[in-house]
Design a protein around this ligand. Sequence first.
Ligand code: NDP
Length: 371
Amino acid sequence: MPKSSVSRRRFLESSLAVLGAASLAQLGKTIILADEPVKPLGFAFVGLGQFAMGQLLPGISRCKFCKPVALVSGHPDKAKAVADQYSIDPKNIYDYDNFDSIKNNPQIDVVYVVLPNSMHAEYTIRAFAAGKHVMCEKPMAVSVKECRQMLDAARTAGKRLQIGYRMHWDSATLACIDALRQGQIGPIQIIVAETGFAIGDPTQWRLNKKLAGGGCLMDIGIYSLSAARYLSGEEPTEVFAHTYQNTDDVHFKQVEQHCDFQLKFPSGVLASCVSSYSTNLNRYEVHGRGGHCVLQPGQAYEGATFYMDNGTGLRQVDVPAGDQFAGEMDGFARALAAVAPFKATGEEGLQDMRIIEAIYESARTARAVKI
Ligand code: NDP
């Protein structure tokens, strides 16, 4: 939080537009005015799958300003075991039917939605109706319409929404962006962003169109898209895309297998982005007039590795290790306490979904689509 009362007021006023709050008084109700968050925020995790159990719960254990206080799961035995592991009161275990009763639990400040994509909107909106802040995994939802409904629900509740875009807290990515903004490789010309993996179990929800909303683009192509926007610092004005789906393959009966898309940015930067569910890809390259930067892996739970060539050959740039998972949750707590800016907002998630819809339209119509 800025120290002087003038800059503090300016900070609050600049937050008004983002929050959609009608007045500073309303904003004051949703932002704790403190120099640092003093009380850890209580998180409820909805959906105890691989990501929640493998990354987010261990991540919140490393947080300074957040702690796990509740679980929501369709499997009570699993939830009880996780509650024991993280010292969560078993009274704070909910299921999908009694979820709305979290409104009576003052220990829960934030609901973290870690469900299959098509369930994000419903549980986010229900969490706002229960008077909680929300973190929601990527993609924010499966349509622009749902994203707008989620933002409306946040405004009505006077609460905040953050999307689980880890790269906003990844130290190598941030160092790369810093170097780009300082002009260390000159004006950006071309971005190449690649994400992919060979998907396994053909019965999983990621390959079910109704639950996933789409294929590799929704799941990991979104990383290439976010990277192109975040690294360039611009918003694309036009997209052209191809998708491919071998429907003879048991994995790809319902969703796309590959998605390749090009983004055109106002400055003239072009981004070539690719995603796949049948090969490993994980690299972002930014080419400027005076050199290039590489993040490889482009995104990983342990963080990306940053290389740069600005005239003296490609070298690895030494970046201190970060902690994306503790970082994003503590980052949300600090933003709610008005000591840090909001990042990875619902508006960011909506913008990615607008572009994703344009990408699918371009692939369907074999035409460039304006955004
Ligand atoms: P999982 O399939 O491992 O877990 C999803 C959990 O959702 C299940 O374990 C289950 O929890 C619950 N669930 C409720 N209804 C259903 C249903 N109909 N089908 C399947 N699961 C259901 O998925 P992930 O953990 O890999 O992904 C969850 C979300 O997290 C996705 O939106 C994904 O995009 C995102 N994600 C983000 C990552 C990142 O790096 N930011 C990385 C990986 C995933 P329960 O049994 O407790 O009810």
